[in-house]
Design a protein around this ligand. Structure first.
Ligand SMILES: *[C@@H]1O[C@H](CO)[C@@H](O)[C@H](O)[C@H]1NC(C)=O
Ligand SMILES: *[C@@H]1O[C@H](CO)[C@@H](O)[C@H](O)[C@H]1NC(C)=O
Ligand SMILES: *[C@@H]1O[C@H](CO)[C@@H](O)[C@H](O)[C@H]1NC(C)=O
Ligand SMILES: *[C@@H]1O[C@H](CO)[C@@H](O)[C@H](O)[C@H]1NC(C)=O
Ligand SMILES: *[C@@H]1O[C@H](CO)[C@@H](O)[C@H](O)[C@H]1NC(C)=O
Ligand SMILES: *[C@@H]1O[C@H](CO)[C@@H](O)[C@H](O)[C@H]1NC(C)=O
Ligand SMILES: *[C@@H]1O[C@H](CO)[C@@H](O)[C@H](O)[C@H]1NC(C)=O
Ligand SMILES: *[C@@H]1O[C@H](CO)[C@@H](O)[C@H](O)[C@H]1NC(C)=O
Length: 745
């Protein structure tokens, strides 16, 4: 007997492989429930995932009301969704009632449900723990390994008449969410709080984990205790299921156990704990768990898609999708747009003919052009020459005799810089590189080579050339000439050996060692130059980007104004006045930023910031500083208004100079930084004021100068003068960002 039993078991097990295709003879319907694989009735018809697992094996039973119903163990299954990977079951409602006879609550107050040994989990998205009653507190607990969890809610007992149908928000009914990934739960009423003894209300409390969408609160559940009767003691509960334990990536590796066997199916990781599901690909529908289960959806006939093309369009089904086309003689978007009548055939043909003609013409022209280009390199050079405004420049030059402006050839500049050797790079910026070079006549030059040239830069470049070619001033960087024969135009400047003012002021970690006298000299010369550009040059020139990196330092600390890329020749009419705003943050005139009108007073504002840099040795824009100190001009104006000027002045000059003169310069800077441009002094006035302060410094009336102090020092009195200035060759060339190419914007 034992042997036979064992043999039968063996036969049964071997005829019951893990992921085999179920025979077509399986029963796929029970009552009005469809039962698709992996679910099934009877051995071999469902997915068997392991010892003791009964997730997918159902039984079909005739129930008392004369209909067939599907059960998983003793739980009735009322719905199966392959697409969502869910099953709906009817779960028990728990009630706890007050016994009027014994004057106490019925004692057994704990119930539990357990899906531990199955592929089911409670859907946290769809279910809610729901408590109904008058003063009822219940908990739901889960003892799942690693996720001990408890939550609950209390349904209060409202004043009569305040209960509402359909509203489960605390009064007579409350709901709580459950966590993801649990498959066991326990319901418990708290007898300390659960009374249900209030007059006018029923005597029972209920607790149930229920599909939120299927639950509708009725006031009679609380007032007449009819929850059980009206639901039959059961409520729908949604379970998520998976067909394999690991992730999709793990599952796909073992083809024998992989469940997504249909073509046009894909694997989906379960979002509710470990395991995976299968789903038909987009445009396909059916059962991904059986071979050829996923079938193309005919979107054109499918009522769910409600005729997917726009009204006059015709729909053609394709594998995994559909096509919409406009009816004959119309054209347009048949998917969701409109189909319009086509232009006449003749028109179309003509349009076609013309486009072909144009294409042929373009191709022919480009070919001819290319051949032409190859034939003469000189022509290319000529083209660049013209492109970079060479002709315009030449016209201009012709009319302004007496300026020595050279048009250099490409070869000359290559020779001067050693074929643009890296070692000759003086500075690199976003828009170009500056090389040091030696011309044949041994003149040192700086050659600015723009990086790319777009239309705007081309204009800027031409502008700079025009402006500089017209200026002949001791304190403006001389433009010797340019070279236009190359792809990127190049400007040839006089070579200024000692770097920029920016480097001079900020180049050292702990401030600079330049005397007040020198600072004043640089400021004065710069102001004079700008004043000259503003008032005496013809036509007047506005620099537009005055800042310390654009002021070069020559021998003997001579200031040399450079970089006229943002400059404008003073406008002759209003229309020209409005330029697009450019310049450098920290130096930009706020009024110019607002109005886009570049005026000579914009230069005055920027110069005011340069004055501040000279006075404080701080950068115009210091992003590392405290919020209120980032912007030098606002920092200065604040300190000035609070009489804290002393705090931001450079220690060096404070020690060296009487506060009075410094304050005069600070006052001047303040005036330059006036918000309203018409309150600012003109550049000429600034230059004159600086000149006055300089003279006072040299010939003080009754003031002791440093020179005198030095003399005094010789005979032994104390001094505040700096000992030596710039003793160690301060400016280095190797790291110099020359000619404003490297502007920290
Ligand atoms: C299966 O695909 C459909 C659309 O093709 C999508 O709505 C559904 O959420 C997918 N199911 C899962 C479990 O990802
Ligand atoms: C109430 O309690 C009494 C006494 O303990 C018991 O006999 C009776 O069956 C209970 N009634 C209900 C409805 O449970
Ligand atoms: C709520 O609906 C039930 C019927 O389902 C009805 O008897 C009851 O009076 C309604 N309650 C309120 C407050 O409207
Ligand atoms: C693949 O799955 C089958 C069936 O579950 C199992 O017997 C086999 O050991 C698995 N192979 C690998 C490499 O995991
Ligand atoms: C439908 O129209 C919208 C907006 O006009 C467009 O973004 C979308 O691509 C269209 N869909 C198709 C299938 O053409
Ligand atoms: C480079 O040119 C562009 C546009 O001409 C300008 O916005 C940018 O600030 C320039 N960069 C530098 C570092 O000068
Ligand atoms: C400037 O550079 C020249 C040449 O390198 C040098 O002779 C001169 O001393 C420098 N002047 C200053 C003020 O650094
Ligand atoms: C700097 O401060 C001045 C004065 O408060 C202000 O006009 C200007 O717009 C500020 N600049 C920047 C870049 O914030």
């Amino acid at each position: 007997m034992l042997l036979i039993t064992l043999m039968i078991i063996a036969v049964l097990v071997s005829a019951w492989p893990a992921a085999a295709t179920p025979p077509s003879s399986c029963q796929r319907r029970c009552g009005d429930l469809d039962i698709p694989y992996p679910f099934g009735i009877g051995r071999g018809c469902y997915l068997y995932t392991g010892e003791g697992d009964t997730t997918f094996g159902l039984t079909c039973k005739l129930t008392a009301d004369g209909t067939y119903k599907a059960f998983c163990y003793d739980v009735q299954v009322i719905g199966i969704s392959l697409r969502r990977g869910q099953a709906r079951i009817r779960s028990d409602i728990r009630s706890w009632c007050y016994n009027r006879t014994s004057m106490s609550m019925d004692k057994n107050n704990v119930w539990w449900s357990d899906f531990t040994d199955s592929q089911f989990r409670l859907s946290d998205e769809d279910n809610r723990f729901t408590v109904i009653g008058c003063n009822s507190l219940a908990y739901v607990k889960s003892a799942n390994t690693g996720s001990k969890y408890m939550t609950g809610c209390m349904a209060t007992c409202p004043a009569a008449g305040r209960l509402e149908n359909g509203s489960c928000s605390g009064m007579g009914c409350c709901q709580a969410a459950i966590p993801r990934g649990i498959n066991t739960y326990e319901v418990q009423f708290d007898d300390r709080f659960t009374t249900s003894r209030t007059r006018g209300f029923g005597r029972c409390s209920y607790a149930v984990l229920v599909e939120a969408a299927a639950f509708d609160f009725r006031t009679t559940y609380v007032t007449a205790d009819d929850f059980m009767e009206s639901t039959g003691g059961k409520a729908p509960l949604v379970l998520d299921w998976v067909v394999g334990k690991g992730t999709c990536r793990e599952a796909e590796r073992n083809a024998t156990a992989y469940m997504c066997v249909s073509g046009n199916s894909e694997c989906v990781d379960s979002r509710n704990g470990p395991g995976y599901l299968c789903n038909c690909s987009r445009g396909y529908d059916g059962n991904p768990y059986v071979p050829d289960g996923c079938q193309d959806v005919n979107e054109c006939d499918d009522t769910r898609f409600k005729y997917p093309c726009s009204v006059p369009g015709t729909c053609v089904n394709t594998a995994g999708g559909y096509l919409c086309s406009c009816p004959d003689k119309t054209t347009g978007n048949a998917y969701n747009g409109t189909c319009d009548a086509k232009k006449s055939q003749l028109g179309v043909r003509m349009a076609l003919g013309i486009s072909i003609g144009v294409v042929v013409l373009v191709v022919a022209t480009s070919c001819a052009y290319m051949i032409h280009q190859k034939r003469s390199l000189a022509a290319v050079k000529q083209r660049y020459f013209r492109q970079h405004g060479g002709l315009l420049l030449f016209e201009e030059m012709k009319s302004k005799q007496g300026l020595s402006f050279t048009l250099f050839t490409k070869e000359e500049l290559e020779e001067a810089t050693g074929k643009f050797d890296e070692r000759n790079v003086l500075g690199k910026g976003g828009n170009g590189t500056v090389y040091k070079g030696v011309l044949k006549d041994k003149r040192l030059v700086a050659i600015k080579k723009c990086k790319l040239i777009n239309e705007r830069q081309e204009k800027e470049f031409g502008k700079e050339m025009l402006i500089l070619s017209q200026v002949n001033h001791r304190n403006v960087v001389r433009l010797y000439g340019c070279c236009l024969e190359v792809e990127v135009p190049m400007l040839v400047y006089e070579f200024i050996p000692n770097g920029t003012l920016y480097q001079l002021i900020h180049g050292r970690p702990h401030g600079s060692r330049i005397s007040f006298t020198t600072r004043l000299k640089i400021a004065h010369e710069t102001a004079e130059t700008l004043a000259y550009l503003h008032s005496w040059a013809s036509p007047p020139i506005i620099h537009g980007d005055v800042k310390s990196p654009n002021i070069l330092i020559g021998e003997d600390y001579t200031a040399k104004v450079a970089d006229f890329g943002a400059s404008a020749l003073a406008p002759t009419d209003e229309a020209q006045f409005v330029t697009f705003v450019q310049g450098t943050y920290g130096y930009l005139d706020p009024e110019y930023m607002q109005t886009s009108k570049l005026t000579s007073k914009s230069d005055v504002y920027s110069f005011g910031v340069v004055l501040l840099e000279l006075l404080t040795c701080r950068k115009a824009m210091n992003l590392q500083a405290l919020e209120e100190e980032k912007n030098l001009s606002s920092h200065f104006l604040l300190a000035e208004s609070e009489n804290r000027l002393d705090e931001i002045l450079d220690e060096q000059i404070k020690g060296e100079q009487s506060v009075e003169l410094i304050e005069q310069v600070a006052e001047l800077a303040k005036e330059c930084l006036e918000m309203a441009s018409d309150k600012r002094p003109s550049m000429r006035e600034v230059a004159e004021e600086l000149d006055r302060v300089r003279k006072m410094l040299q010939h003080p009336w009754g003031q002791q100068t440093c020179d005198e102090e030095r003399k005094a020092l010789l005979i032994g009195s104390p001094s505040t003068c700096p000992k030596v200035e710039l003793s160690n060759g301060y400016v280095s060339l190797s790291d110099s960002a020359y000619l404003g190419v490297q502007s920290p914007r």
